[in-house]
Design a protein around this ligand. Structure first.
Ligand code: 13P
Ligand code: SF4
Length: 335
């Protein structure tokens, strides 16, 4: 039966705004609901530590897409942002995909609206379109292949050297891939608000104060930061690097949520979040941080908000994801 009150709340606020008893053990209650309903909670590393701790799986975009494709759960709760939940739905049309907060968007995805991108494509006829997974289903449907920060290089390397390519929507990741592959891809002018805000000046000063520390950076960062980085990779690659490398101190240039798993993985090492250009907490993604334990509890309890997708759009958006999965498998990037 439809619940019009909750639907109205979701329309207005993006989430089910029902009071949660502050005295209850919310971890135990989420766990109970998850078991009763055969649900799986997928979370990105940029979530609050409590959410990471309750999740069934935490990963980067490639790992999350892979997990979403493999799960036997009836319900997928996606503690991440909207485009990630869309990817889960594209891969699982018969499953219920729940989003704790529908307004958890992404500045990078928003920087590439499908109607404008369609025009851009028309201006570059004959180009293969490779899109970073941080884009809407509408952009995926206009793309030939999807990539993530884990497999972008392998995807581009799999294409013939003379292939003309449009890369969207992240200009920083695109420029980095151009640099390491020697390609000249046409770049859409989009960027992530979190990775663009790091201050080169402050990072250089930090490096002076911590001469033994290594700078590790996500490829969504600007070239000026990537140039001085000791390691560049996806969130999972950065985490693995900190666990395997001999260094005991790291300056981390990505969203600060990843520090939770880094500290857990290497408790004796020191992790310093790279400072942003101003005094606010801008190295936190405001979209990712819209998710809370209370919203996850309500989402499981009421099975709302549910992500819906037009079937024609879903089928069109699925093709480039399948190509990504195939190329990644061939490159040994998927299990
Ligand atoms: P990855 O976790 O795939 O590296 O992506 C980072 C990111 O910005 C997700 O929004
Ligand atoms: Fe989007 Fe950047 Fe937030 Fe990732 S960190 S969800 S790319 S705004």
């Amino acid at each position: 039966m439809r619940n019009y009150i909750l639907e109205e709340q979701i329309e207005k606020d993006g989430f089910v705004d029902m009071e949660v008893d502050p005295s209850m053990d919310i971890f135990a209650e989420i766990d109970k609901l998850r078991k009763e309903k055969n649900a799986i909670i997928l979370a990105h590393y940029y979530q609050e530590p409590d959410i990471q701790d309750i999740a069934d799986y935490i990963g980067d975009s490639l790992g999350l897409a892979q997990k979403a494709a493999q799960t036997n759960a009836d319900i997928i709760v996606f503690a991440g942002v909207h485009f990630m939940a869309e990817t889960a739905k594209i891969l699982n049309p018969t499953k219920k995909v729940l989003v704790p907060d529908m307004k958890a968007g992404c500045s990078l995805s928003d920087s590439c609206p499908p109607p404008l991108f369609q025009k851009f494509k028309e201006q570059h006829a004959g180009h293969t379109v490779v899109s970073y997974i941080n884009c809407s289903a509408g952009i995926k449907a206009l793309s030939d292949i999807i990539c993530t920060s884990s497999n972008a290089r392998a995807i581009i390397d799999s294409l013939p050297a003379d292939e003309k390519i449009i890369f969207a929507p992240d200009k920083n990741l695109g420029a980095y891939i151009n640099k390491v592959t020697g390609r000249n891809m046409v770049l859409w002018n989009g960027a992530c608000m979190v990775h663009e805000i790091f201050s080169l000046e402050k990072i250089v000063k930090l490096k002076e104060r911590h001469p033994k520390a290594k700078l590790i950076a996500h490829p969504e960062c600007e070239d000026s930061i990537l140039r001085i980085a000791d390691f560049i990779g996806s969130t999972t690659a950065m985490l693995n690097y900190t666990m395997k490398d001999d260094c005991n101190e790291f300056i981390v240039a990505t969203e600060a949520g990843i520090l939770h798993k880094m500290i857990e993985g290497s408790p004796a090492k020191t992790f310093i979040a790279a400072p942003p250009d101003n005094s606010c907490a801008c190295n936190e993604c405001p979209h990712m941080k819209r998710n809370t334990l209370e919203k996850i509890y309500n989402t499981l309890k009421y099975e709302l908000p549910e992500l819906q997708m037009d079937e024609k759009l879903r089928i069109a958006a699925r093709k480039p994801i399948d190509r990504m999965m195939d190329i990644s498998k061939q490159a040994g990037l998927l299990g």
